[in-house]
Ligand binder design. Structure first.
Ligand SMILES: [Zn+2]
Length: 132
């Protein structure tokens, strides 16, 4: 029997019928010869004991009812200075952004305005420069 087989057999024994005598002999021999599996068996038994405990002392380590609610209620309120500032500055920032947008919209001349403002000679010079 190898280590993997030993450990699987040990785990599968939990809550099941006792193993066959031949298998028990193999387990015993491997247990005697392998220190890693002896350590595994010891840890496994400890874990089984821990898992069996809560049923025996149920309620012994449970907090009183309403404990979590009282803890949460006692926590200080979280206040982020950044959140406070962003809420206070949001209307100002929005107004500034809208003002800039309106200014950009109004300050940009339409193509018709540009055509009427520029003399015909300027337009011809501009077109000839663009093409060449
Ligand atoms: Zn082993």
């Amino acid at each position: 029997m190898n280590c993997r087989g030993y450990q699987r057999a040990l785990i599968s024994k939990v809550g099941s019928e006792p193993a066959e005598p031949a298998e028990t002999d193999e387990l015993t021999r491997h247990h005697a010869s392998c220190s890693a599996c002896r350590s595994f068996a010891q840890r496994f038994e400890g874990a089984k004991d821990l898992l069996a405990r809560p049923a025996a002392i149920e309620g012994a380590h449970r907090p009183p009812s309403g404990f979590a609610v009282r803890v949460v209620a006692a926590l200080p309120e979280r206040r982020s200075p950044l959140a406070w500032a962003s809420l206070r500055l949001l209307p100002v920032t929005t107004a500034l952004a809208l003002t800039l947008l309106a200014w950009c919209w109004l300050a940009t001349p339409s193509p018709g305005e540009l055509w009427s403002q520029a003399g015909e000679d300027e337009v011809l010079v501009w077109v000839s420069r663009e093409g060449g």
